[in-house]
Design a protein around this ligand. Structure first.
Ligand SMILES: [Zn+2]
Length: 397
């Protein structure tokens, strides 16, 4: 069970502490994605050096491989992956979505968040395909993308699976809708997710481990009436924290609206997680409105393609394969104190990516995750000092 307290406020932005049995997370915090019980290309030792506070793995993926029983045999996920710090697991609702409605609508994981902006960062709409998922009142049937085998998730067995995996913070099964679903469908999916939330809490009282906390997920798509209904319903249940999930609309403006409808209605004394958001401008916009934690694949995924996060570049990114870096012998960002910036140059990193050396991915990931931890530390200090607005203006100008 976790403890949470708010330690400072600046407007609606808040700094706080989430205390778990595996350590304390200072918020606002970035939750690093380790889908398959690994932050791709890095060892836990690297993550400790970076200052990673918390990792999120994925129930859907771990259920398909290696299976929760093997993780339980190993003594739980912390021991299995050699990470003794705080851990979260997502329920798999979003993955089921991306293989279901997401596939039918031709929207992928990232494009699905903001379809109208989907060409940004190269995330193009995909060709529509056949859904691998059927949803009914009891649960979800899906076909493994690995071997075509059939699986079924229910609100109850997703809690059992996560109890075996053993992360500190776990999430209930939800039905994540696409931004292309209409209000009627989004409403019926939300109402089903609410019924599943009640069943998940009941299952958690039977299967949940004493160190675990179950967070609720607010749904409702980009519809004001539905979001308000969902936040009211989910908040009055006994969840230890709340996550905002589902479609956040078709643009960043829609996302801001969803946050403005939702956040003022959330209980102040519980931590608030925003699922799947982690770009610099979105982080500032969400913290400003009162979000405590985020998770997003962007920093690690970008790193593996040679896109590095730096302050003061357009959209805070440079692409290291650009020929202008061939003879640049300074670090990615001279002010960065990460292992990569302290020891290697832009020219060397460009060479590693061009030569497809595996070290390229590790060094780039170390830098991008260090960038995120430093950004979050600056945000926390600015909330404590009452200068968050100035910091946000400085970063987003
Ligand atoms: Zn660096």
């Amino acid at each position: 069970m976790l403890d949470f307290r708010v330690t400072a406020r600046d407007g609606n932005a808040r700094a706080g502490e989430i205390v778990t049995r595996h350590g304390t997370v200072l918020t606002p915090a970035f939750v690093t994605v380790g889908t398959l019980a690994s932050v791709k290309s890095l060892a836990p030792r690297d993550l400790e050096n970076i200052g990673t506070q918390i990792i999120i793995a994925n129930t859907y993926h771990l259920h398909l491989q290696p299976g929760e029983d093997i993780i339980a045999e190993a003594g739980g996920l912390h021991r299995f992956m050699g990470w003794d710090g705080p851990l979260m697991t997502d329920s798999g609702g979003f993955q089921i979505f991306s293989h279901g409605a997401g596939k039918e609508h031709g929207v992928g994981k990232i494009a699905s968040i903001f379809p109208e902006e989907s060409t940004r960062g190269g995330h193009l709409r995909k060709k529509p395909g056949k859904s691998l998922v059927t949803v009914d009142e009891e649960g979800v049937d899906f076909i493994s993308y690995l071997d075509g085998s059939k699986h079924r998730f229910t609100p109850e067995n997703v809690i059992e699976v996560q109890a075996k995996i053993g992360a500190d913070i776990i999430l209930p099964l939800d039905e994540c809708t696409s931004p292309l679903h209409d209000e009627q469908y989004t409403r019926s999916a939300m109402e089903r997710t609410h019924r599943w939330a009640v069943r998940a809490l009941e299952a958690f009282s039977r299967y949940g481990k004493s160190h675990q906390s179950l967070f609720g997920i607010v749904q409702g798509g980009a519809f004001e009436g539905l979001r308000k209904k969902s936040v009211e319903f989910i908040s009055q249940l006994g969840f230890r924290g709340l996550a905002i999930g589902g479609s956040l609309g078709k643009s960043k403006d829609d996302m801001h609206k969803v946050l403005e409808w939702t956040l003022p209605c959330l209980p102040d004394h519980k931590p608030r997680h925003l699922l799947g958001i982690g770009e610099v401008d979105n982080i500032f916009q969400a913290v400003k409105r009162g979000i405590d934690t985020f998770d997003c694949v962007t920093p690690t995924r970008l790193a593996r393609t040679g896109t590095l996060l730096v302050k003061n570049a357009p959209t805070h990114r440079i692409h290291i394969l650009n020929s202008r870096f061939r003879q640049e012998h300074e670090p990615i960002q001279p002010s960065c104190r990460c292992y990569t910036c302290l020891n290697f140059s832009r020219a060397y990193l460009r060479h590693l990516f061009a030569a497809r050396e595996p070290l390229a991915m590790a060094l780039a990931t170390i830098h991008n995750l260090s960038f995120m931890e430093r950004l979050m530390a600056q945000i926390r200090s600015s909330i404590i000092d009452g200068t968050f607005t100035q910091l946000m203006a400085q970063w987003l100008s």
